[in-house]
Structure formats: structure tokens, C-alpha cells
Design a binder for this molecule. Structure first.
Ligand code: 4AD
Ligand code: MG
Length: 436
């Protein structure tokens, strides 16, 4: 068992090799047959040369186990080597009703087949990137002494206080107690942070927003970090910037994402996106962002101080500046109870906005004063008793801290050049969509 990528990259002419995978296309001629075999490990398929007999039962979608000799590919081929089959074992056949055939399938078309859609070599690269990015994030956090922890998915609180929580189906009842699917693990992360000082996790988050857009899912993955002993919001945003930069594709994943694009224009656009993430970022306050939008945004609606920025305004801001934009100090009224004040009307928070997508990250310094936090709970109509497990962190050994959450599928969408967040997640759980 070895990834086909290994044969394509490492096998030398003359060597014996074994290829296990799925047929992405097969051409049967009089004397020879040619099959492309894939296992999602690279965009390029492995070309296999067979006799007509060996190829008799092969068709697109079939699963095969082929042993043979590696030979140099003929001039002009994209791959350095090909496999000349000695033996072919058909592990699983696929008849002509198999919906993916050798032609271009749009991502919309593929979404109709949750059971097959990752089998196209180009779609598989999105999953390869997800895996790469998780490794990069893990390495980044390890290098910075941030401990990976695990937070619960069932919770008794609505972290964001926006009421966009899914309750449990069984009459919203968890053995007699109201339970929700977590919208963010932040509050639980703060508990870990009060013990280990620097923690992170990556967990599913659930939002019952009725948002049928290209950047909203009902279930998505969030990468969250919570850091103690921060001297300023800038320290937190600087750390987050370094984290995001660590996910820029390099090495073979860079090659395969580029190769998964259909034309040079798409490849150029993608590299431009990566350069944007890797380049210089802009930081401005919410107040300056509102002014900027109103001064330059002839095609977007007017921003009104006190309102949240719309996704059009977010995209306009980042798109016009051509950089990721860290927008800080939003109005208190539109932000959750746990944020620390930065003035009488604003909180020490930030959103990271990126071109084409809008909000990628949301974070803040946390209110660490016990009395002020209790007052916030009251103001937001939240029950202080049920939150005592959280407010206790301010009662005993309170500490300056802050954190953030990054929407992982939004990052994948941006980095892989996808237009729709549905193509960045393994199984779509979106507004009204639960296909399997
Ligand atoms: O801005 P949000 O709501 O922040 C929080 O939940 C904080 N408690 C995180 C923290 O400080 N630990 O969500 C964080 C990010 C957003 O910036 C966005 O990228 C993503 O999660 N996100 C979504 N992604 C896909 N579909 C949705 N419905 C999303 N809602 C938020
Ligand atoms: Mg947000």
C-alpha cells in the first residue's frame, strides 16, 4: 500500500511497482489499452499501459490493483514515468451508470454526489490542502508553546449570545437541562487558558443562521486560540497574522493546488491570493473603516457607525486595499458580552477581513474584571448563575487574556481559489442542506 504520488515522483524506470486506485479514464485500442489511475494523492494520474485483455473489465470509477514495470513516459507526457501492467486485479467494478465520467465536472454538478465528489483529482486537492493546513497550524502552535486541547460540542451556553444556536432535537432537553450545539468553544478554552496559559483547538462549530450565502455553513470547523498575559490587542493580532501566514501552501501541495486549476489565469489569481496573505497587512479601527468605506465606496452601501459591516463592505475594504485588513475596536453594542472595553463605546476586538471572502477571523481581549463581567451579563440578559463556572475565572486568579476564532472553511475557500464555501467542506451542512 503506497500512495500513487510516490510512484509518480520516486519510482525509477526498470523498477517493479504496484498501483492501487480508481480508474479515472480508460482508452481501449486494438493492441493496447491506456488507463489513468488515481488515488487523490496527486493531481496527475498514473498512466498504465495494458493489453486489451487486461483492460477488458476496466471502466471509469472501477477500483484496481495493478502490478507492473515502471518505464519512462514517452516524450511530451506530463508524468516522468508510466506503469506497464503485468497483472491486473479488478477489486470493484463500476458500470456506465457511474455519474463521474472523463470530462470536466463543475463543482455545482459534483455537489449532487456527496458520495463521489471527492473522487475527482482536482477536488481531492482541497482535502489535501485541509490536511496540510492542519499540520502547519499544529506546527505553528507547537513552536509557540500553545497546547492543543479538546473542547465539548454539547454546551449549556450560547457563547456569542446571538441566539443562532441549534438546540438538541429531543425537546431541547439534555437529561432535563437545556443543551446546545456549540457555536464556539471560546468559553471552554478560557478555562483551559486559565490553567495552561496558551491553548488552541480545532472543533466543529454550529450556527443556526438562516444565511444562504457562499460563505456560510451551518456546521464548520473553527480554529481557536486563547492566550494569557497579552500586553495588548496588537500582540494578539500579530500572533494571529503569523498563524494565518503559516498556512500558505508550499512544496508539493502548492504544486498540486496550482495544477488542479484549469488555466493559467486561474493559477495567476491563486498565486496572487497567496501573495496577499503572505504580504503586508493593514490595521485600522472600525471607525476608520467606516470612514474609508464612505469616502471610497461608491458601489457599496453607506456604512453607519454602530452597525456591523456587511459582507459587501468587508470585501470592498479588503479588496480595495488589496491586503488582509485587521479591523479593531468595534462598537460595544454589536459585540458579545465577554469582550473587554477599549473606550466608553468600543471593545478591544478585531476582525480579519480578506479580499473576496470578507471576515476570516474574529477575536478580542476578554473582560477580566469580575464586577464588569457580571454587569455585562446583566446587560445582555444572561443568567449569571448558569455562567458562574465562567465568571469564577475572574473571581479567582483573574488574568489578562484574549483569543480568536478562524473559520477554517473560509481559509480553505480563499487559499484553494473556490467561489463557494460548500466546496471547502467534506460534507455540506448549510442553510437547509443536509444531503447525507
Ligand atoms: O466571529 P465569530 O462568531 O467569533 C467567535 O465565535 C469567537 N467566539 C471566536 C473566539 O474568539 N474564540 O466566528 C469566528 C469565525 C468567523 O470569523 C468566520 O470566519 C467563521 O468563524 N464563521 C463561519 N464560517 C462559516 N460559516 C458560518 N456560518 C460562520 N460563522 C462564523
Ligand atoms: Mg465575527
Amino acid at each position: 500500500m503506497a500512495a500513487l504520488r510516490r510512484i509518480l515522483q520516486l519510482a525509477k524506470p526498470g523498477e517493479a511497482a504496484r498501483a492501487q486506485g480508481w480508474v479515472s479514464s480508460v482508452r481501449k485500442m486494438k493492441k493496447w489499452a491506456f488507463a489513468d489511475i488515481t488515488d487523490g494523492s496527486s493531481v496527475e494520474p498514473l498512466s498504465v499501459i495494458l493489453t486489451p485483455d487486461q483492460a477488458a473489465k476496466l471502466s471509469t470509477g472501477a477500483c484496481v490493483d495493478i502490478r507492473g514495470q515502471v518505464k519512462e513516459s514517452p516524450k511530451g507526457a506530463t508524468q516522468a514515468v508510466e506503469l506497464h501492467a503485468d497483472s491486473v486485479k479488478l477489486l470493484g467494478e463500476a458500470d456506465s451508470t457511474y455519474p463521474l465520467q472523463k470530462k470536466y465536472h463543475s463543482r455545482e454538478f459534483l455537489r449532487q454526489f456527496p458520495q463521489f465528489r471527492w473522487k475527482t483529482r482536482t477536488a481531492a486537492q482541497v482535502l489535501q490542502y485541509r490536511s496540510f493546513a492542519i499540520k502547519q497550524l499544529t506546527d505553528f502552535f507547537n513552536e509557540n508553546d500553545v497546547v492543543q486541547v479538546n473542547s465539548p460540542i454539547l454546551t449549556s451556553s450560547d457563547c456569542e449570545g446571538a441566539g443562532e444556536v441549534f438546540g438538541l432535537e429531543k425537546s431541547l432537553d439534555f437529561f432535563g437541562k437545556q443543551a446546545y450545539l456549540s457555536v464556539s468553544s471560546q468559553l471552554h478554552l478560557e478555562v483551559y487558558c486559565a490553567a495552561l496559559a496558551r491553548v488552541w483547538n480545532m472543533t466543529p462549530a454550529f450556527r443556526a443562521e438562516a444565511s444562504d450565502t457562499n460563505r456560510h455553513l451551518s456546521e464548520f470547523w473553527m480554529v481557536e486560540a486563547e492566550l494569557a498575559f497579552l500586553d495588548s490587542l496588537a500582540e494578539l493580532t500579530g500572533f494571529c497574522e503569523q498563524m494565518v501566514k503559516a498556512t500558505t501552501p508550499t512544496g508539493s501541495i502548492k504544486h498540486s493546488i496550482l495544477a488542479s486549476k484549469r488555466d493559467q489565469e486561474a493559477r495567476d489569481r491563486l498565486e496572487q491570493r497567496w501573495d496577499t496573505l503572505a504580504g503586508k497587512w493593514t490595521t485600522m479601527t472600525y471607525t476608520d473603516a467606516v470612514d474609508f468605506i464612505n469616502a471610497h465606496g461608491t458601489k457599496v452601501s453607506t456604512a453607519k457607525w454602530g452597525d456591523g459591516l456587511s459582507s459587501e463592505q468587508e470585501k470592498f475594504l479588503a479588496g480595495t486595499l488589496g491586503t488582509p485588513v485587521v479591523v479593531t475596536d468595534y462598537p460595544t453594542e454589536i459585540k458579545p458580552f465577554y469582550m473587554k472595553a477599549s473606550s466608553s463605546q468600543t471593545v478591544a476586538c478585531f476582525d480579519i477581513l480578506i479580499p473576496d471572502v470578507g471576515e476570516l477571523v474574529g477575536g478580542s481581549m476578554r473582560e477580566d474584571n469580575y464586577e464588569k463581567l457580571l454587569a455585562n451579563l446583566e446587560k445582555y440578559d444572561m443568567n449569571p448563575e448558569s455562567m458562574s463556572w465562567y465568571t469564577d475565572l475572574r473571581k479567582y486568579g483573574s488574568f489578562p487574556h484574549g483569543g480568536y476564532g478562524l473559520g477554517f472553511e473560509r481559509l480553505v475557500m480563499y487559499t484553494c481559489g473556490l467561489d463557494n464555501i460548500r466546496d471547502a467542506t467534506g460534507f455540506i451542512r448549510g442553510f437547509g442542506q443536509l444531503p447525507c
